[in-house]
Design a protein around this ligand. Sequence first.
Ligand SMILES: Cc1cc2nc3c(=O)[nH]c(=O)nc-3n(C[C@H](O)[C@H](O)[C@H](O)COP(=O)(O)O)c2cc1C
Length: 393
Amino acid sequence: MMLEFAGIKFKNPVVIASSPLTSKIKWLMEAEKHGAAAVSTKLTFIKQPFYGKLRMHNNIKLSSIVCYDRRLDLEEGLRLVEEAKKKTNLIIFSNITHDNEDMDGWALLAKEFENAGADIIEANMVCPNVGLSTKSIKGQEALGAGEFGGAVTGQDPQRVRNVIKTLKESVKIPVVAKLTPNVADIGYMVRVCQEAGADGVCLAGAQSSLPLVDIYNDGKPEYHLLNGVSHGSLGGPACLNMAFSQVAQAATKSSLPIIGGGGLETAEQCIMMMMWGATLVTMCTSVMWYGWEVVDRIVRGMEEYLEKQGLTYQDIIGKSLKYLRPSHQLEALEGWPEVDLDKCIGCGRCAKPGHCDAIEMVDDKPVITPDRCLGCGICIALCPTKALTMHYE
Ligand SMILES: Cc1cc2nc3c(=O)[nH]c(=O)nc-3n(C[C@H](O)[C@H](O)[C@H](O)COP(=O)(O)O)c2cc1C
């Protein structure tokens, strides 16, 4: 089942996000083998400002934070795209950034990648490791040459506008802005991109983050093989709900097509991201943690869902947006939890929430007083056997 993004046909909505997964031809071929429609190649500079190595904090099931990584220099990036175009049928996004104030570098990168065969330019205005990590510690005044890459550009509407305009004047292929979530109003930044002529936006986590620290070892941040830490890029499940909000803001405040990502691990989550307004979905941490089979499961799961529901990809994009309204226009419905005693194992978790006196355990079974119920639904979420359901008045 095909779908279209920025005038290009995709066999499905799955894009492997720019990361170590997209830094070598070997991995791009894996991406295609496991069913992805597209990849965004690893961030490329004309010349990267420093030669990092992959160092990640991994709090499995919660978050990944990358604060140091090996990027590509222009020649490496171009060879990768050329090889990918020869050896795969993937749609190639070229993820680029320029770390100085001038616009010429952006133009050069975009033209070179277009000539190498890239299908779409993805302007990286998201990475917090190249510039924002300085700004976050020392303050704006410390920013100088080599510190304007990634999120620093993405935080400045005037620069975002200039970059998009420059890229659009430089190449014929579509231009997508991958935007930092570290801004006050993502909807505004997306509108800036639209006004400047962008063909789409990518909103995919990567907010500036810090890891857990070892409280028994001098507060040392939990990274292997690294002597310190900088504010890094957040990935993994911790991003998911925030990403839904970002995508929905973009979808309601502009008409640009959106690539949504951050925390995606399952087909169901990808469908939800599309229901909040994304046309394409992108993932990185889940594939790094659990392997390429994640991609097979996502692609197959989405297709099975659509077939069973009699829907197309197009049908699900933005489906949930009709439920969005300002808080003051929401209306609370009344009700209370009911218990199925055959399913209840008497664990008492439902009676524990600190703010609630609607449930008491009597002879190891919950007894519910409906008029004390505040309606939070926590008891239902906590129940390990799904013995509680909400009764609506
Ligand atoms: C190790 C690592 C390297 C990354 N490198 C890049 C990059 O080069 N360019 C980019 O735009 N995003 C990069 N990202 C961010 C991801 O593309 C993605 O937007 C983010 O991790 C959120 O998605 P996830 O929760 O699926 O990981 C990187 C993420 C990780 C974990």
